[in-house]
Design a protein around this ligand. Sequence first.
Ligand SMILES: Cc1cc2nc3c(=O)[nH]c(=O)nc-3n(C[C@H](O)[C@H](O)[C@H](O)COP(=O)(O)OP(=O)(O)OC[C@H]3O[C@@H](n4cnc5c(N)ncnc54)[C@H](O)[C@@H]3O)c2cc1C
Length: 496
Amino acid sequence: MREERFDVVIVGAGISGIGAGYHLQTNCPNRSYAILEGRDRIGGTWDLFQYPGVRSDSDMYTLGFSFRPWTAPKAIADGPSILQYLRDTACAYGIDDKIRFRHHVTRAAWSSLDSEWTVEAERAETGDAVRFRCNFLFMCSGYYDYARGYTPEFPGTERFKGRIVHPQFWTPDIDYAGKRVVVIGSGATAVTLVPEMAKQAAHVTMLQRSPTYIVAAPEQDTFANGLRKYASAKFAYAVTRWKNVLLGMAFFWFCRHYPERAKALMVKGVRNALGPDYPVDRDFVPSYNPWDQRVCLVPDGDLFDAIKSQRASVVTDRIETFTETGLQLESGAILEADLIVTATGLNLQVLSDLKITVDGARVDPAQTFAYKGMMFSGVPNLALSMGYTNASWTLKCDLTCEYVCRLLNHMDKRGYTQACPRQNDPTLASEPMLDFSSGYVQRSIAKFPKQGSKAPWRLYQNYVLDVLTLGYGSIEDGVMEFSGPRQSSEGLQAAG
Ligand SMILES: Cc1cc2nc3c(=O)[nH]c(=O)nc-3n(C[C@H](O)[C@H](O)[C@H](O)COP(=O)(O)OP(=O)(O)OC[C@H]3O[C@@H](n4cnc5c(N)ncnc54)[C@H](O)[C@@H]3O)c2cc1C
């Protein structure tokens, strides 16, 4: 089997893998690295998802990289523009040269004797296995299964004569002009699809089991666009990034501390947008508190405009069965459809479901504690780049990369080859890693590592705190255990 060695292997060439490449080559220039990417293009999420209107649902000043200003006028950006930004970034810093495409990583084995991971990848064209050795494994593989979206078992789907498509597998040949479309779901994907498809479809119905909090926000950030006229793009970006971080944190804090007031405010926004005659309580007032699940953002209220113009509508009901021509609902209502889009969610994955072993013993991520939300108790020299649930993904990924680089430089300076977080605190209580009540989180939370009741095992989901702890906190914290090179058995024999 072909074999190569790098100091660091990064898995995944999406936002987080490209960010990891930049941070490594900038902050640890002496460390060699390669990025292994299973697909044949960069961009991850922003290349995979091709459904109509695909866009960010957080602003690009916080979803963009800390080191590369977002300069396009739209703050809530469309998928192709985000993909272009990622391609341009990878090209500008020579990160694209480091990517091995069509290398799907399947397993990783750590040897304490050699202070080394052996990473096995499958080549897409041939199915051949190739091997990489590295001292540090940086998982930037995202958080969901690319091969399967989540669709509940709906009765009668085989009877439906039209087309059923999951947004994750949207293809350009899907024609919906003049057609009756039903979008099942009420999350970020559904609220993106509905106004966009309503521009061409005969009618689009968003069928939801229960409502979600939906907030209208300006598509363009006038503050940022204005500031760019008078200051450098870099300065305008940095200031807008902090403005949006702080506003986002304040909104989250307000929702968690004053849920009733936050709820009233958000519902009032919808009522103002849809008018006094719309049954807002039925379709837009969730049973849970704000930010117990993700709040959906609609740019310039496009969803509300589509509803007001009657090109789209919302139905809150449950599916009894698919029929030949559409859907029969539990209330007895019937929805006729030519095309049904199941915007029913993603299947979450931890560490890309890799088979991971440490000195021959299989690692079950669910049995580990997450250290600073990025490393795992008992697993040496491995980090996962995982974003926030209550703010833009990249904010945390950038800080994770900074911490990993600090860790690697610290190891270099002290001559350590291994860094392993150890959880030996008997008083530490365990909690689920994600505290969302959303179906997609609850379906898979048992597979996730746990978080602890206190630092460094606790996930605070707080950018300002993370800037301080990950950027400036002590690397030697008594929890991270360091060790130097061990002599291999051959070395010991030679010495003896
Ligand atoms: C439609 C949509 C809109 C979103 N909008 C936002 C938003 O506005 N704001 C926000 O914060 N978040 C958003 N998210 C979440 C989003 O996924 C993250 O923000 C971000 O794009 C994730 O980047 P990533 O690089 O970590 O993972 P991904 O984009 O998933 O990229 C992971 C990469 O790793 C590769 N990979 C995975 N496993 C392996 C393996 N075993 N071997 C080799 N390669 C592998 C994949 O092929 C992929 O290229 C959105 C998600 C979706 C689906």
